[in-house]
Design a protein. Structure first.
Length: 1106
DNA sequence: ATCCTCCCCTAC
DNA sequence: TAAGGTAGGGGAGGAT
């Protein structure tokens, strides 16, 4: 009721909720008190009424509030009947007939006066907000957080100033509320400017248009000193070299070269001599400078240089690349959030061997091996950034210390981490230093040392991995360990061992929490801190959570906290009183479920490696022919320092990002690429003719192989077994749309602050449709299928069954002790074509182009460029590679055709056909090698221009390609000419079962449909194991071979994919027909010869059957 | 219904 | 001065 969405839908356009983004103060403002109990209490009433009112009166908030509301309404009705003037304009009813107001906050006139007006003029007045009853919210002024809550919970309702009521009364008629809307909401409505229009304008002028609406323009200005305008682009273009450096920084080195480029980091064993210098002026309290494992930023050479180059005075000059060409680089080097944000990639790189192949589907094992209880250990470093820096300064241990860029007591630099003495004063991470100093005037501020954090994090994880092979990294100082394997062993002992090793190795302390699930383990760590450990047995969970503030639950941030607050829910105990369905209605199915579970300490997630997931063994073809199945999207982005349109640079970045993905190329189902935060190009400074971005991009849809031959050779492509630069592949996925974007944008270069991000879609197994009410009985679940699912999916399903899945698996495990994993044979399927999220979710303002699926043709898309008019600070260029992948874990046994999605190597040929040559050309070497590994080993390995060496795959000896070509010449390719094509009439008169079947299939299938479709129908209708003699004569054999060969010739330039499908169908059919086996033996070598000739490699037809 | 797009939210 | 990045989950609502 309270959050009842039955009312008019709010349109995003008319009431945009994007102010967070555009509001520069964002969450930095002190949080205002928000919607009072009036909002929440009623909501509780409504949400609880359904299921809880049966119990004793006032058993919960709900029944109490419901009763209260009822009485209030009755009272209002009584009052109304005595005070109503009844009159008012035409209707004979009051002018406010049908109007029901809720007064929010302080108003003039007061809410009681407004209530009086309502009484008099036929309206209603609600003491508590209810979306089903309230028609207008009356409000004079709203703090930010209330505005947000209004957006969240009262969509579609007018929020109107009280003068609307007064004026209406004065006018004796109901005035339109529109002129009385609250400015805050109205102005935001007007403020919302479509990005497209922004760029449309930009396109015309090709510069930042001074005529842009103030809001947009204003936002840009509001970015303050860091913002840059189009004028800054000029400098970026000529200095592309720096980008490479930056790339190396992020990618190749195992050390983090943050603001301190040369500081040597000691571990605890090293002697305290030779400390990094400390800038004394930064230390407010100690007389002598403590020994810090860090330097201040101002000691940084780079920073100094940047100051030297500073032009005097103007802050924009100093705080932008205008005055300091290294500004952005230095900015990122000093950014803690950048450090944290990019840490995971570095971790993956370093510890990938530890996660090697280990599917932390630990859940699978756990569920099968252990009873429903797992044991989770959570380890988190104590005040990490501070600890590391002061680890060799014992004199600071008991003093309040925080890490911050600035010690300025009036400054707005943010506290990154505060030690526990400082926390006693109320100092917290994220605070402005001035507030921290206000809390604690003698707070010692120490600088960051990112390199040391990196080293300590490595040590930390080395220790964790040593003790456990199921480690889920949360962040650089925090991880979950699944220690269920300990069985009888003592997890607490392991925890203390690990903590001791961490302390010995790093000189910093860590705390640990142990519990039956991730959620509670994390909460336990919080109790344990600092330098302690805590075990929460499951029977204590309930008690502990009861009074825990909801904000303490991971996943509940300020926004959800506010929403819950408006429901008068502050702690977990209160949250538990709201039924699950109500929470799901108010917060959505997933979030609602999470809230319900969390408040009870329930968490069915399992320890797993985020991302490096692989398709399950049992995963099989998508049911849909050529379907992509369900996709999982992965993306990596990189912000580069300076604008560039140099394709070489972009390609280098793409490679690097691909490397980060650490993904089995065979799992890849498509690639997308997004470049954002673009800037205008200075024509005179564009990259070399050959390397310009727009050419690269344009070629994606142009089959411009010459250009990419250039690119390729310039990069020293030495293993070009398959020279993609020579491949005349059809660019399937891209697309006019893409080109349009490029051109509409004017001449764009990635502006500083752009980032580059590959989005990957890779198989994730099928998702079970969210259908909470109709779950199949748990006993009907195929255990083998279940086991083949990725852990998160199991977790999700487990969730849906409220954890009963675990027991179910346990029971099954006991039944089948051998644990042999048979082939997945089930039946139950859901195949979604889902290529969307891969591309869509790029949290900037960029215009997005989708990699579209074209009748199931998927794999690689050409680059997609999108523009970005981000009103936030531009600090780098952003490029994103979007990739789409697909799979399904299901197969349909009666579906005669495999699609390309599933079996490992299936993808490769598809990629070949669908990849635009230019894109594939850009793949990282490892990726290419992977691709080429799918091909027979004897292809040439040494050609820079891969097409130069052609090797014929001689898997079948009974045909000579030359012969074949001669014959082909004779027939002059005419089997495929005409409509219907020649072969139809030719085969029509044949007695051959197969040929006749083809003809029949031709007529049954869509006109102009692909041969693969015809073939599929024809072959699926064939009986098994027909005798060769019955099936066809020599002549028929020849005819059908010709048909295939000619089809190869016809399509090899444009659609390898189609060829691939046909040949796979053919290959599959060979098990049921000797005739077709003969055909296959003849045409397959021909196919490979042609492939070699055209692409310098073979087409792998592996389908799992051979 | 489901997909697609555009966000919002959260965590470190 | 100060360096408010990055990645993923997920909801709302329009399009289909
Ligand atoms: N708003 C934040 C939160 C965290 N961090 C950085 C500094 C922290 O040291 C590190 C780890 O975050 P934690 O949440 O683990 O916080 P601490 O380790 O500092 O303290 P605790 O002892 O509570 O874990 O991330 C940050 O820069 N800004
Ligand atoms: Mg910590
Ligand atoms: Mg942490």
């Amino acid at each position: 009721m309270s959050f009842d969405s039955s009312r008019s839908k709010r349109s995003r356009g008319s009431n945009p909720s994007s102010s967070d983004r555009t509001n520069p103060s964002k969450q930095k403002k002190p949080r205002n008190r928000t919607l009072g109990p009036a909002w929440g209490a009623n909501s509780i009433s409504s949400v609880s009424s359904k299921s809880s009112s049966k119990r004793s009166p006032f058993a919960n908030f709900g029944s109490y509030m419901e009763e209260k509301n009822r009485k209030l309404r009755e009272q209002f009705d009584t009052d109304a009947s005595t005070s109503s003037v009844g009159g008012g304009s035409s209707s004979g009813k009051g002018i406010f007939s049908g109007v029901s107001i809720f007064v929010d906050g302080f108003t003039v006139p007061s809410n009681q006066e407004l209530r009086g007006y309502m009484l008099k003029h036929g309206g209603r007045f609600e003491n508590y907000f209810s979306k089903s009853r309230v028609t207008h919210i009356i409000c004079s002024n709203l703090p930010d957080s209330k505005v947000k809550n209004l957006r969240a919970f009262s969509r579609g309702l007018p929020v109107v100033k009280p003068t609307w009521v007064l004026d209406s009364v004065a006018a004796d008629r109901l005035l339109s509320w529109i002129p009385y809307q609250l400015e805050q909401l109205v102005s935001e409505t007007r403020a919302q400017q479509k990005l497209s229009s922004f760029f449309a304008l930009k396109n015309i002028s090709s510069i930042v248009n001074p005529e842009l609406p103030m809001n947009i323009h204003g936002k840009i200005e509001e970015e303050g000193p860091l913002s840059k305008n189009d004028g800054t682009v000029v400098k970026f273009l000529s200095e592309v070299g720096n980008i490479t450096k930056h790339g190396d920084l992020l990618g190749e080195d195992s050390s983090y070269q943050g603001q301190e480029s040369s500081t040597e980091v000691r571990n605890s064993e090293s002697s305290p001599g030779g400390e990094s210098s400390v800038k004394e002026s930064h230390q407010s309290s100690p007389n002598k400078a403590p020994t810090l494992d860090s330097n201040f930023c101002t000691d940084n050479k780079n920073a100094k240089e940047s100051l030297d180059t500073t032009c005097s005075g103007d802050s924009i000059m100093r705080h932008s690349t205008l005055g300091d060409p290294n500004f952005i680089e230095n900015y990122f080097k000093s950014s803690r959030l950048h450090f944290i944000g990019t840490w995971r990639n570095r971790y993956r790189k370093r510890f990938s061997s530890k996660m090697n192949g280990v599917k932390y589907g630990s859940c699978n094992d756990n569920m099968l091996l252990n009873s429903s209880e797992s044991v989770i250990l959570h380890v988190d470093m104590d005040c990490f950034f501070v600890s590391v820096v002061i680890r060799n300064s014992p004199e600071l241990y008991d003093k309040p210390v925080a890490v911050c860029h600035s010690d300025n007591p009036k400054g707005t630099a943010e506290i990154s981490s505060a030690n526990y003495p400082a926390r006693d004063y109320g100092v917290r991470a994220g605070m402005f230093v001035r507030d921290a100093k206000a809390h604690c005037p003698h707070l010692v501020i120490v600088p960051y040392n990112f390199e040391a954090y990196e080293v300590v994090a490595d040590q930390f994880y080395a220790i964790l991995h040593k003790h456990c092979n199921k480690v889920q990294a949360v962040s650089c100082d925090e991880a979950f360990l699944d220690v269920t394997f300990l069985e009888g062993g003592d997890p607490e002992k392991l925890a203390s061992t690990i903590r001791q090793e961490i302390a010995d190795t790093t000189g910093c302390t860590a705390s640990a929490g142990i519990a039956g699930n991730l959620l509670v383990a994390r909460l336990a760590t919080r109790i344990a801190k600092p330098n302690g450990q805590c075990f929460i047995p499951s029977e204590k969970v309930d008690d502990y959570l009861k009074d825990l503030l909801i904000k303490a639950l991971p996943g509940i941030g300020p926004a959800i906290q506010e929403k819950l607050k408006s429901l008068d829910v502050h702690n977990c105990g209160q949250l538990r009183m709201i039924p699950r369905e109500d929470l799901q209605r108010d917060f959505g199915p997933k979030l609602g479920n999470m809230l319900w579970n969390s408040s009870r300490g329930i968490d069915n997630r399992m320890v797993s490696v985020v991302q490096v997931k692989k398709r399950r063994k049992g995963a099989d073809e998508p049911m849909k022919y050529m379907g992509c199945g369900n996709c999982e999207n992965i993306s990596r982005s990189m912000t580069i320092l300076k604008a560039t349109d140099n394709a070489n640079i972009l390609q280098r970045i793409v490679r690097q990002l691909f490397g980060y993905l650490n993904i089995d190329v065979k799992e890849v189902r498509g690639i997308g690429l997004q470049i954002s935060k673009l800037d205008d190009t200075d024509m005179s400074k564009q990259g070399h003719e050959d390397n310009k971005l727009d050419l690269w991009l344009a070629s994606a849809s142009d089959n411009s192989r010459e250009q990419f031959g250039t690119v390729s050779s310039s990069q020293g492509n030495t293993n070009g077994d398959v020279s993609l630069s020579n491949a005349r592949c059809k660019s399937i996925l891209v697309n006019q749309e893409f080109r349009d974007t490029v051109h509409n944008s004017g001449r764009c270069v990635d502006a500083p602050g752009s980032s580059f991000q590959p989005h990957i879609n890779q198989p994730s197994g099928a998702r079970i449709t969210e259908e909470p009410t109709i779950l199949p009985p748990i006993c009907s679940i195929d255990v083998e299928v279940l086991k083949s699912l990725p852990p998160e999916i199991i977790s999700e399903i487990n969730d849906m069954y409220s954890g009963r899945l675990t027991e179910f698996l346990e029971v099954n495990k006991m039944k089948d002790d051998k644990g042999s994993v048979s082939d997945c044979t089930t039946s139950y399927s859901e195949v979604k074509s889902n290529g969307s999220k891969a591309i869509h979710d790029l949290k900037d303002y960029s215009t997005r182009n989708s990699v579209t699926r074209n009748k199931g043709k998927l794999p690689f898309s050409s680059p997609v460029v999108s523009q970005n008019g981000s009103p936030t600070k531009d600090k780098g260029n952003s490029l994103q590679v979007l990739q789409t992948a697909s799979t399904s874990f299901l197969r349909s046994s009666d579906f005669p055709v495999t699609s390309m999605g599933m079996v490992k190597s299936d993808l490769m040929p598809v990629s070949l056909s669908q990849v635009d040559a230019s894109i594939l050309q850009q793949l990282p070497e490892e990726l290419k090698v992977d691709l080429l590994d799918l091909l027979p080993p004897h292809r040439p390995k040494d050609t820079a221009a891969g097409s130069s060496g052609i090797s014929v795959h001689n898997g079948s000896e009974n045909i000579n390609p030359e012969t074949s070509v001669d014959q082909l010449d004779e027939l002059s390719c005419n089997l495929w000419m005409g409509d219907p094509p020649k072969w139809v009439e030719k085969f029509e008169v044949s007695n051959c079962t197969v040929l006749k079947s083809l003809v029949k299939s031709y007529y049954q299938s869509e006109r102009n449909g692909p041969f693969s479709t015809i073939l599929q129908f024809a072959l699926s209708s064939l009986p098994h194991f027909t005798d060769l003699k019955v099936e066809g004569l020599e002549e028929d054999l020849f005819s059908l071979c010709e048909l295939f060969k000619q089809y190869v010739q016809l399509k090899i330039d444009s659609d390898i994919e189609e060829i691939y499908i046909c040949f796979r169908l053919l290959k599959r059919s060979t098990i049921k027909s000797e005739f077709l086996l003969e055909v296959y033996n003849v045409v397959h070598p021909f196919l490979q010869a042609s492939m070699n000739e055209n692409y310098g490699g073979n087409l792998q037809l592996y389908d799992g059957l051979s």
